[in-house]
Write a protein of this length. Structure first.
Length: 153
């Protein structure tokens, strides 16, 4: 009998503001990297207070590691969002981008297999790079996200 793969929510261990609207982040699983927040800060009105570099540099780790926060502005960015953005910004292969798509949408291997109509083994092979991702699947991922966006708008 197949077992469903559970996605563990990322949790932060460190958030360190860096130059040019970047955050150096570390997670409990040992992964770490830099997330460039500049495009988000200058395109999302809710993040407008962080456009001042001195305000941005006040980022701190949330109490339990579930978010980076700027307490004086009541702004929080979830660890899961930062993790997905970190992966997305450094993804170089279709397999990396596919994994980012799964994480960004909170899909386990079994959930992604149901949504895309392929086996769990195939989803795993796409994510590991063991199998090339067909163009039709790449387009299906984009369409799936767009459909979800429209349903929640």
């Amino acid at each position: 009998m197949a077992h469903a793969t559970r996605i563990t929510r990322p949790r932060l261990t460190a958030v360190i503001p860096a130059a040019d609207y970047c955050l150096n982040v570390s997670f409990v699983d040992g992964s770490c990297g830099t997330v460039n927040m500049k495009d988000f800060i200058f395109s999302l009105s809710g993040l407008a207070p962080l456009r001042d570099p001195s305000a941005f540099s006040c980022a701190v780790l949330g109490e339990y590691g579930w978010e980076a926060e700027w307490p004086q502005f009541d702004i929080q960015i979830g660890a899961d969002t930062l993790f997905a953005d970190m992966l997305d910004q450094r993804s170089e292969t279709p397999a990396d981008r596919f994994t980012v798509w799964r994480i960004r949408n909170g899909l386990s291997l079994s959930a992604a297999s149901r949504e895309l109509g392929v086996t769990v083994r195939t989803i795993s092979a796409y994510g590991s790079g063991a199998r090339p991702i067909p163009r039709t699947v790449q387009l299906a991922c984009l369409g799936w996200e767009e459909e979800r966006r429209r349903l929640t708008a």
